[in-house]
Design a protein around this ligand. Structure first.
Ligand code: SF4
Length: 311
C-alpha cells in the first residue's frame, strides 16, 4: 500500500473540490482500489492536531514512508522571501513542503498555482510553483530536483486540475507507470492536445463563424477571448462532471493550464490586429492563417451562418 500526504499552500481549495467530484469511482473507492493510504488531507482527515504532529514528525524523520506528496495551491515566499505569509505552527510552510518533498518518492503539483505560482506569482505574496516560476524552471525545489523515484515534479495544471487527471495520475503512480511529461512537466497523456480538441463548436471555428456576445452558438476564439486553440488540456474530451466544458457551455476557455496563467489581458476579449487574433493557434503561420480563414468564412455552410447547428 502506498502512502499519500496532501498539503495545501496558497490556494482556494478548488483542486480538492474538483477531486471530490470524481464519481467513477468516488475518491474513497479510488484510494481503495489503487491501494493508496491517505495519510493526511487538510479537509478529509480527522487527526487531532497532536496526532498530525506525530505523523508529520515520523515522515520527516524517515520513520513513516511517504510515497506520494501532493501540493495544492502555490508556495508562498513573501514577504521578502521569508515565507512568513503562510506558516504552519510558526514556521514557513514553504520549508515544510521542501522537507516533505525530500522524503517523497513522487511529488505531484495539483493545479496551476502549485505547478507555476498562479495568481500570486506577480504579487507581494511572492508565490511560486514547486519546480517552475510561471514558465521559468526553478520554483521552490529548483530545476534539478528529483523525488526519491528519480522523477521531477508532475504538474497537473489547471484551475482547478481536472478530477479525471488527478485520478489518472494517481493510478499511474500507484502501479508504477512512468508518465511522459512535456516541457512544463505536464503529462502528455492529458496535456498532449489542445483544449480546442473535442469542442462542440469546432465546426463553427473551422468556418470562422464567430461570436461577439454570450449565449450564441458560434466560436468564441475570434472576439470572446477563447484560449482553446492556444493551451493544452483535456477539458473537451474529459468533460467536467461528465457533463460539459466551458466552451461547450458558451464560456471562453481562460487558458488555465498555461504556466503564465492568469494572463495579463481580459478573459472575455480577443486581442487582434485588423480582426485577426494576436495569438494564433500554436505553430500557425500568420499569412497562411489569414488566407485560410477568409476562404473558410466565404465557404461557410448556410446552416452554420444561420447558427442552426447545435453545440
Ligand atoms: S469555442 Fe474555443 S475551444 Fe471551442 S471551437 Fe471555438 S476556439 Fe475552439
Amino acid at each position: 500500500m502506498k502512502t499519500v500526504y496532501w498539503i495545501q499552500g496558497g490556494g482556494c481549495g478548488g483542486d480538492s473540490m474538483s477531486f471530490l467530484s470524481h464519481n467513477f469511482p468516488d475518491i474513497s473507492e479510488l484510494f481503495r482500489v489503487l491501494h493508496l493510504e491517505l495519510l493526511w488531507h487538510p479537509s478529509f482527515s480527522s487527526y487531532s492536531p497532536g496526532g498530525q504532529d506525530l505523523l508529520l514528525e515520523s515522515i520527516l524523520q524517515g520513520k513513516k514512508i511517504l510515497d506520494i506528496l501532493i501540493l495544492e495551491g502555490s508556495v508562498i515566499c513573501g514577504p521578502s522571501g521569508t515565507g512568513m505569509f503562510d506558516v504552519f505552527k510558526g514556521r514557513p510552510k514553504k520549508d515544510l513542503v521542501q522537507e516533505l518533498a525530500q522524503q517523497a518518492q513522487v511529488v505531484i503539483a495539483a493545479g496551476t498555482c502549485a505547478s507555476y505560482g498562479g495568481f500570486g506569482a506577480d504579487s507581494e505574496v511572492e508565490s511560486t510553483g514547486l519546480q517552475f516560476h510561471k514558465s521559468q524552471p526553478g520554483g521552490l525545489l529548483g530545476k534539478d530536483f528529483r523525488a526519491g523515484s528519480g522523477r521531477p515534479v508532475i504538474n497537473l495544471a489547471g484551475c482547478p486540475c481536472h478530477h479525471d487527471v488527478m485520478a489518472g495520475a494517481l493510478g499511474a503512480v500507484a502501479d508504477g507507470t512512468s508518465l511522459d511529461l512535456d516541457e512544463f512537466q505536464r503529462p502528455r497523456e492529458w496535456y498532449g492536445t489542445m483544449i480546442h480538441q473535442g469542442c462542440t463548436r469546432n465546426e463553427y471555428h473551422e468556418y470562422r463563424v464567430e461570436e461577439s456576445d454570450f449565449g450564441e452558438l458560434g466560436c468564441l476564439f475570434f472576439h470572446m477571448g477563447c484560449a482553446g486553440p492556444l493551451v493544452p488540456g483535456p477539458c473537451n474530451k474529459l468533460l467536467w462532471n461528465q457533463q460539459s466544458s466551458k466552451p461547450r457551455a458558451g464560456v471562453p476557455c481562460f487558458g488555465c493550464t498555461d504556466p503564465e496563467f492568469p494572463r495579463n489581458n481580459p478573459f472575455f476579449y480577443t486581442q487582434n490586429i485588423e480582426g485577426i487574433p494576436l495569438s494564433l493557434p500554436k505553430g500557425v503561420n500568420r499569412a497562411h492563417y489569414m488566407v485560410y480563414k477568409s476562404m473558410a468564412a466565404a465557404a461557410a455552410p448556410v446552416r452554420l451562418k444561420k447558427r442552426t447547428a447545435k453545440v
